[in-house]
Design a protein around this ligand. Sequence first.
Ligand code: GLN
Length: 202
Amino acid sequence: MTGRFRPTVGVLALQGDVREHLHALEAVGVRALPVRRPPELAACDGLVIPGGESTTMSKLAVAFELLEPLRDRVKTGMPAFGTCAGMILLADRVTDGRPDQETVGGLDVTVRRNAFGRQVDSFETDLDVVGLAEPVHAVFIRAPWVEQAGADVEVLARVAVGPAAGRIVAVRQGRLMATAFHPEVGGDTRLHEMFAGVVRTG
Ligand code: GLN
């Protein structure tokens, strides 16, 4: 026991790769909780929104009466970390979304869904990430990218090589973080550690 604050970090568990995030969060020493209902959200000090399918997740968030509580919590400063579809859900603006697609918002970015195109639906590449000493081996699965970022958004990573070189794939704005790739696969927990740091410092 270190006696330091052990926050509760939820993983939005409507759809998508929930279990891997719960494991990664436990590994970095926070209490991890699947979130499907408003009272579970209320118990969280921070929230991961996983990858999956953003259109489905947004529909389920409405059906489970979580969309407004999510918007409220993010607006009032709850730390949140969106990965892939989760990045889309945290974006203020979405390009190539469905017309009825809702987002939680909070990140002053325009995100393009399925941005890398059909030929490169899924790929892996090494990325330099601001704040991390060694590159991250990033797994992209039908991923979005950040097409435009507002002045208060810090770019944490861009694709280094290939046709998408220069595209923004990781960002932070205050207590919000987002990656276009899946940091929960492959056992590298440094981005979860970074997010746990955001949650701990409040
Ligand atoms: N293409 C998906 C979407 O639009 C995101 C893919 C993912 O999360 N792996 O929601």
